[in-house]
Design a protein around this ligand. Structure first.
Ligand code: SF4
Length: 369
């Protein structure tokens, strides 16, 4: 199975913590950009005509900020140019400050059957401080439009001033609104963003406080019936994100749009992050790729182990042997020995013990080539 990712790089305003390739105040070029995206879909579709894709994901940026007719057109082009499986999972990221009944209806007509909604926190003052364009009330309105749909809510931990009570309220809002999937992830203060200054000023919770918030949130989610299947992802039974599972299983994916990355035929590709360059390339009939490299066997082995250990599905020794013809605990003998106390093995599958999943980065760094 394989996935398709489409990057829609426009936002109403830039959040204070954001270092994604997204542009505020450039909606006027959205029409031209989306036309270029249709061109890239056509070009890449021809190249990959032999493959079947099981998931489509509109991410960003804020896909819900552009006119929904462009999303409809992109989806129609995807169906025309790529072969999709019988029941593909088609997701769109939605910012609660940019939705309407008409938009949701149009998305559903386009074939979108999963929604990822950025709640982040149920405390309005924190939303404002993060630079989000929506309020908790906007989120509740958005969730009411999605009642009965398969939707996920993003919850952030490590926000300035965030208490356990704040996190509890946020999770309760997400659960009460009907989200079947919850992504709970830690704020990363990236250098160059305004939030980085907060971090330097010592205004953000430290690592131990974030870890404690995570444990608190994880236990609360478990009590509410959301099982963890990856370090930041929790869901009701059967509501895992198929698109993300494909990434974590080292499945192939094609990324379309500015700054999108791809992995297929043993190669990694990266599109330009420059909006003008992206549009010029695609309009001239060229792929907007600025980097393309073959994944070595050593890198492939590391990815297999790293991606497996990130999830509760772990590393299957049998599948590793089928792919690489060797034993992963021997290929990574030194790292395996050093991290063994954090791991558990059942049958042929090795996982990070539940209590260590949040500090997985330290464990995984032992395996890096
Ligand atoms: S909505 Fe998302 S992509 Fe846009 S600025 Fe905020 S965090 Fe970045």
């Amino acid at each position: 199975m394989a996935g398709i990712y489409l990057h829609i790089p426009f936002c109403k305003q830039k959040c204070r913590y954001c270092d994604f390739v997204s542009f505020a105040g450039k909606e006027d070029v959205a029409e031209a950009y989306m036309a270029c995206l249709l061109k890239e879909i056509e070009l890449r579709g021809k190249e990959l005509s032999g493959r079947t894709f099981d998931t489509v994901y509109f991410g960003g940026g804020t896909p819900s900020v552009v006119d929904p007719k462009y999303i409809y057109a992109a989806m129609r082009q995807i169906k025309k140019c790529f072969r999709l499986s019988a029941r593909p999972e088609v997701t769109i990221e939605v910012n609660p400050g940019t939705v309407s009944e008409q938009k949701i209806a149009m998305y559903k007509r386009a074939g979108i059957n999963r929604f990822s909604v950025g709640l982040q926190t149920a405390i309005d003052a924190q939303l404002a401080d993060l630079g989000r364009v929506h309020t908790v009330r906007d989120y509740l309105y958005c969730a009411s439009l999605l009642r009965g749909e398969n939707f996920s809510a993003d919850v952030m931990i490590g926000i300035k001033g965030q208490t356990r009570d704040d996190l509890q309220k946020t999770i309760e809002v997400a659960v009460g609104s009907g989200a079947k999937h919850i992504s709970m992830y830690a704020l990363q203060p990236e250098d160059g963003t305004p939030v980085y200054t907060d971090y330097l000023n010592g205004e953000l919770p430290d690592d131990d406080e974030v870890a404690a918030l995570y444990d608190f949130g994880r236990e609360l989610l478990a009590r509410k019936g959301y099982a963890r299947y990856e370090v930041s992802n929790f869901c009701k039974k059967g509501c895992e994100s198929r698109h993300n599972l494909n990434y974590w299983r080292r499945g192939e994916y094609v990324g379309l749009g500015v700054a999108a990355s791809s992995f297929f035929a043993g190669r990694r590709l990266l599109n330009t992050t420059d909006l003008d360059e992206y549009m010029k390339c695609t309009l001239s009939g060229f792929f907007p790729v600025i980097d393309s490299e073959e994944v070595s066997v050593q890198e492939a082995k590391f990815e297999f182990v790293m991606l497996g250990l990130r999830t509760v599905y772990g590393v299957s020794g049998r599948r590793y042997k089928e792919q690489f013809g060797s034993d992963w605990t021997e290929d990574f003998a030194a790292a395996y020995k050093r991290t063994r106390q954090y791991l558990e093995t059942q049958d042929d599958v090795t996982r990070i013990r539940d209590e260590y999943l949040f500090v997985q980065n330290k464990i995984l760094s032992e395996y890096a080539p």
